[in-house]
Design a protein around this ligand. Sequence first.
Ligand code: SF4
Length: 176
Amino acid sequence: MNLKISHIQKFSLHDGPGIRTTVFLGGCPLRCRWCHNPETQSAEPLLQGDAILSLRERVSIHMAIETCGYAKEELFRRVIAGMDYVMYDIKLADEAEHLRYTGVSNKPILRNLKRLQESGIPYLIRTPLIPGITDTSENLEAIRTLIGNGPWEQLPYNPLAPVKYAQLGWKYPLGE
Ligand code: SF4
């Protein structure tokens, strides 16, 4: 089973603990208006879950995954069970806001968050701070309520995202 890979970054210091090789998989079921990798959105990443697990069976290195969590529960459970570490994105706590800014409901994401919290697998919650959208005190307080005392990283907004869209000849959704 083949993985659909967007690109590979060696000596990565930002994606998981330690120094690691980061494999960026192609595809995403969300359409975040601030996405800085819009060219990789075309399919579904955890739909590559079986290919990820197939790779897991062949390598014995420490393996982490970052996921938006939008996946069927059964697949999500199987994939994280094969990981040593999970970075899990929570962007917006309010369902209507999530739908508005990412194109999908956050219900599956919040359900899988519970499965992750119950799993005993080390994890880190990540939230991109998008000005006026995800960085509001209301949203951040609601996320804190959802994740309890779990480890949480808040990521600064990438101001270069509009440049990427311009290079692709696309309109930046947050510029509308
Ligand atoms: S920012 Fe949103 S749309 Fe872009 S890759 Fe991440 S989850 Fe997918």
